[in-house]
Design a protein around this ligand. Sequence first.
Ligand code: HPA
Ligand code: ZN
Length: 342
Amino acid sequence: MTLDSASLTAASDSPLRLMPKVELHCHVEGSARAQTVAELAAHHQIEIGVDDPADLYHYESLAEFLAAFGTVCSVLQTPQDFHRLAYEAAEDGAYAGIKYREMFFSPGFHLERGIPFDVMWQGLVAGVAEGEADFGTRTRLILDVDKPKLLGPAMALLEIARGLDRDLLIGIGGDSTERGIDHRVFAPLMAEAHNIGLKTCFHVGEDGPAENIRHMVDAGIDRIDHGTRLLEDPELARQVIDEQIPLTSCPSSNAALGIVDSLADHPFAAQREAGALITLNSDDPTFFQFDLADEYERIAATFDFDHDTMVAINDAAITASWLDDSDKAVLRAEFSNPDLAR
Ligand code: HPA
Ligand code: ZN
C-alpha cells in the first residue's frame, strides 16, 4: 500500500475501512503515489522541482493544488506509466474498501504535453483491467475536460470519446478552476454527450459560485461534482433536491484547499439534512494523504454520524452511480452480505 500508511487514520481493521464502498469522485492522476512519481521522473529524466516528491503534495488553494497536479501529470509519458497509475489506484482503492469506482482522467493535461490520447487510454484500460482482476476494484472511467480551455478542446475530446468502449468510458466531466469561466459555454458539450449516450457531470460550486451549478443544471447535468456552495441559492437547492440530482461531495478536499474554513464548516451534513442525494468521496487521495476510508471516519466523527448513517451515505453512492438497475441490485446484495462479494 502506498499512501504512506502512517498518514492514514482509519486503521486497517476499522469497520469503515472494511465496509465495501462505492466512490464517484476520484481522479486517477490525483491517486499517483509519491514513490511512483519519483521513479517515473527519474526514469524519464523529468525535473519535478523537489527532491522528495512527497513535497509536491503541499498546497493551500486550488490554484496551488492544480500546479502540483500538472507536475505529477508531467511524469506520465508512456502507456506503461498510465497502466501503472490505474493499477496502483485500484490497489489503494481496494485498501480503502472500494468495490466500484467511477473515476476521472484528465486528458487535457497530457495532450498539452504532446502525449497522444491513445497512449493514456491504452494504458488506463490495461491498468483498470489488471487492477480489477488482482484487487477486485471495478473501475469505470469519466473523461474530464479542462474547463479553462473552454468549449473547442472539450468538443474535440468528445469526438474522441465517441469511439471509445462504452463498457469503460461512461461519462464526460469537467475539472480545474471555475474562476472567470461562464459555464453556459458548456451547454453544447452536455447536449452532444447525451446524444452519444454518455452521462455528464462537472466540478461546480467548488471555487466558483452557486450560479455555475445553476448553469450546469440548466444544461441538463446528470451529477454535480462538489456542489459545495449549493445551499447559497435556496431556489436552486430546492430543484436539485426535488430532482435528486446527485452531488459528489469531497469535504476533506474542500477543507484542505480552503474552499471551507474547516471540516466542521462544510455543508455536507446540512445538504444531507435538506434532502440532497449526497455522496462522500476522496477526490485526490494521494494529494491529500487520506483515502475514502479516512474520509468516512472523519465525516462520522465531525458530524457525529453513527454507523447506520455511514451505511446510508454509501448506499446513496450506489443510487447516484451510473450503473444500471440490475448492477445496482447486485452491488446492494453484495454489500449487505459481503460473503457474496467476488
Ligand atoms: N477540482 C478541480 N480540479 C481538480 C480537482 C478538483 O477537485 N481534482 C483534480 N482536478
Ligand atoms: Zn475533483
